[in-house]
Design a protein around this ligand. Structure first.
Ligand code: GLN
Length: 449
């Protein structure tokens, strides 16, 4: 952890002040000189940005919040980082996260938890709690996160910031350390919907280095903001409210619906019965893919290597000692779950069934989007909870993601926007749209600002 003078919030794992100042000075000089070069500057040029430490950066360490990668320096930049450098956004540093993005509270970081700026005895959400806390605490106006099951949107909700999970494939994953490749997506963390739209435009686009990258050109998301929501059909997802949701969250949700109705939106109810199994499917698919992705930390190619205390030094034993020492408990739990689910004889019972549920969820979304242009739900069933409260109870921790996970399983875009406070703590409202219709989530979210 870096004492960046952030009153113990611990949002940053690395601060790159010199690099950021140099970029800012460069933008300043271009603006002062004026002329064509100044005209050509990106609208976000000179606006500082913090980067979740799961995204690789040349010249700055990347840890993924793990001891496994302590001190590791990437030899290359992620595609999103190349775009950010080209647009001259000063990079402030790397933000804290749950180890390898596994968690909902940032307490699973090997470098200590991040605290919620609204109440430092509480969690900032996760896995991208560092990015959300940095933006919420006014340490950075912009940040990048990654969202596999909600890690941009849920921290956004509990810190009162805006977070978008783009359509799967619309933002390159090249250089995002893989957790679950079929679910992972990089996206913006900001204070306003407009900033999120602008940052999303900057980082999106086809990338030949990512085989799942969509060929579509980037539509102007920020243009969607100026439209009003009269006539917009907003679908309330029956399954994502009620039991398990705090009353204060449900109250703010009802107020959001009132606000949309008053602005002329048409509120309809949609039924997505398979969402009741979304969490189960996610916690089979995600660990399965993660167990495979994390096999690369073998003590040979990346990061740390730990030699066995005694006995012969064989590759298997070095691998075992390295992984035993390098991974934290949550990562080990998921590797074991995933390895088990994928093992011979269990495929049909676990991974295969989970994939079928995934298809049902996609069909539920397809049917819902026939009745509604966008869908709405609370982002998180609960407000920020006290540090330590769910640390020893993985299932309680996993339940934080009930409302965010379906979007990842279906590859569709989602946004979380602030929806007021409950007992002084932020509540987030989530909008979802069909794949490639990211503009719609900005359109709808703008109505709640
Ligand atoms: N909290 C979820 C999990 O632990 C989501 C993580 C993420 O989106 N990276 O898997």
């Amino acid at each position: 952890a870096v004492d960046g003078g952030d009153s113990g919030i611990n949002a940053f794992l690395h601060v790159s002040a010199e690099e950021a100042l140099a970029t800012a000075a460069e933008v300043d000089a271009i603006r002062t000189a004026g002329g064509e070069e100044a005209q050509a500057l990106h609208p976000l040029a000179g606006v500082p940005i913090a980067i979740k430490d799961l995204i690789v950066t040349k010249g700055q360490p990347t840890t993924a919040g793990s001891k496994m990668l302590e001190g590791w320096m990437s030899p290359y930049d992620a595609t999103v980082i190349e775009k950010i450098r080209a647009a001259k956004l000063p990079i402030l540093g790397k933000t804290n996260l749950d180890e390898f993005a596994m968690g909902s509270s940032t307490e699973h970081s090997a470098y200590g938890p991040t605290r919620n700026p609204w109440d430092t005895s509480r969690i900032p959400g996760g896995s991208g709690g560092g990015s959300a806390a940095a933006v919420a605490a006014f340490e950075a106006p912009l940040a990048l996160g990654t969202d596999t099951g909600g890690s941009i949107r849920q921290p956004g909700a509990v810190t009162g910031t805006v977070g978008t999970k783009p359509t799967y494939g619309s933002v390159s994953r090249y250089g995002a350390i893989a957790m679950a490749s079929s679910l992972d997506q990089i996206g913006p963390v900001t204070r306003t919907v407009e900033d999120a739209a602008l940052l999303h435009e900057l980082i999106a686009g086809h990338d030949p280095k990512d085989s799942t990258s969509l060929p579509d050109p980037v539509p102007p998301f920020s243009a969607a903001l100026s439209q009003d929501v009269a006539g917009l059909r907003v679908g309330v997802i029956k399954q994502l409210q009620g039991e398990g949701y705090q009353q204060g969250v449900l109250d703010r949700f009802q107020e959001a619906l009132e606000k949309l109705r008053a602005a002329g939106a048409e509120i309809v109810e949609v039924d997505c019965p398979s969402f009741d199994s979304a969490l189960d499917a996610y916690y089979l698919i995600m660990p399965s893919e993660a167990s495979s992705n994390l096999a690369r930390y073998d003590g040979v190619r990346y990061g740390n290597r730990v030699l066995p205390q005694e006995g012969p030094i064989t590759i298997e034993r070095v691998m075992g000692a390295t992984r035993a020492a390098g991974f934290g408990d949550e990562v080990k739990r998921r590797i074991m779950l995933g390895t088990y689910a994928l093992s011979a004889g269990y495929y049909d019972a676990y991974y295969g069934s989970a994939q079928k549920v995934r298809t049902l969820i996609q069909r539920d979304f397809d049917a819902a989007f026939e009745k509604a242009d966008v869908l709405i739900s609370p982002t998180s069933p609960v407000v920020a909870f006290p540090l330590g409260e769910k640390l020893d109870d993985p299932l309680a921790m996993y339940l934080n993601d009930v409302a965010t996970i379906p979007a990842n399983l279906a590859g569709i875009p989602g946004i979380s926007v602030p929806g007021g406070l409950s007992d002084g703590l932020p509540v987030g409202i989530q909008f979802l749209a069909p794949a490639r219709e990211d503009a719609r989530v900005y359109h709808a979210a703008g109505a709640l600002e």
